[in-house]
Design a protein around this ligand. Sequence first.
Ligand code: KIV
Ligand code: ZN
Length: 390
Amino acid sequence: MSGKQVYIFDTTLRDGEQVPGCKLNTEEKVDLAVRLEEMGVDILEAGFPVSSPGDFQSVTMISRTLKHAVVCGLTRAVQKDIEVAAQALKYAKRSRIHTGIGTSDSHIKGKFNSNREDILKRAVQCVKWARNFTDDVEFYAEDAGRTDNEYLARICEAVVNAGATTLNIPDTTGYCLPHQYGEKIAFLVNNVPNIDKAVISCHCHNDLGLATANAIAGVIGGARQIECTINGLGERAGNTSLEEVVMIINQHKHLGFYTNINPKLLNPMSRLVSDTMRMPVQPNKAIVGSNAFSHSSGIHQDGFLKDATTYEIINPVEVGADESKIVLTARSGRSALAFRLQQLGFTFNRNDIDVIYESFLKTADVKKEVMQEDLYELANAYQLQVSPVN
Ligand code: KIV
Ligand code: ZN
């Protein structure tokens, strides 16, 4: 691999599992964790151990099971949380404690009824507690997206001095525009004196549909870890989608980055998570939606059938999806109709297709999609018309 590595921190089992209706039991979590590790995630956030006995059990079992990925447990800036997380992570080959506190004025006043100096002390304290258990400590500055940059830089410097090795800069409310988030990361790179001792991580929410764009802007700004979930699951409108950032990095090689993810496993993984969490994937979802490789308008179908790269920037095989589909609707053209009929074993000449196309349009106008059985009917009716049985 050439270029700089972007670490993939998967939080499907923590932020993703917070989604109403997506709750998993320990067995389901362990199964997904094994598959996520096989797919190549570098760090796997297994849960929030102090939150419930079930989550404690899941983090413990994942810690016992995974072979090489770093297993991470979330905590608040509370000593008990950190001790419980350390307990759940104790069997992990490589463990990380993810601790932190809200740093925006909104969180400092509205949530903690506190002040910036007190929050800075609590931030340093929680990192020190966590360092008693592991030398891999990630600090999150919750709502960093709306935190004053100068203050955020002070906090980052202080927690790195206290032993944090990863700095998570969450856009918790999904508020930032991509250029603002990218500039925030670049500001930290340029203004935190000990920044070379830590990896900066992007954790972006999708409230304005910008989670993926923001994470990529963060990496361009100097971050080297992305926190993301399969199918973009997560609190409210979700998190950065793992499949999207991985394929953006793959497609735009000129950016000079790579990840460890095997892209062929993206679609199988998406289906597995969707089935296990009973959470359908929207059909138009990038990379893993059922329409991601379907072509339905005549102009697109004609171009695609002549040369797939005219309308596809990714070969579906590369991301483990089914082959591209030519879907027949009232917007489809003659070449798509001929192609689909040919797939069913009918070879008609251009004149035949012109005639069948007229009947096809009538069917297409009353149905959302012309299906295989409709095609058989159209083809058989035409054959009877041109050579009737006596
Ligand atoms: O969105 C967020 O800020 C979080 C933190 C707990 C990392 O999920
Ligand atoms: Zn989050």
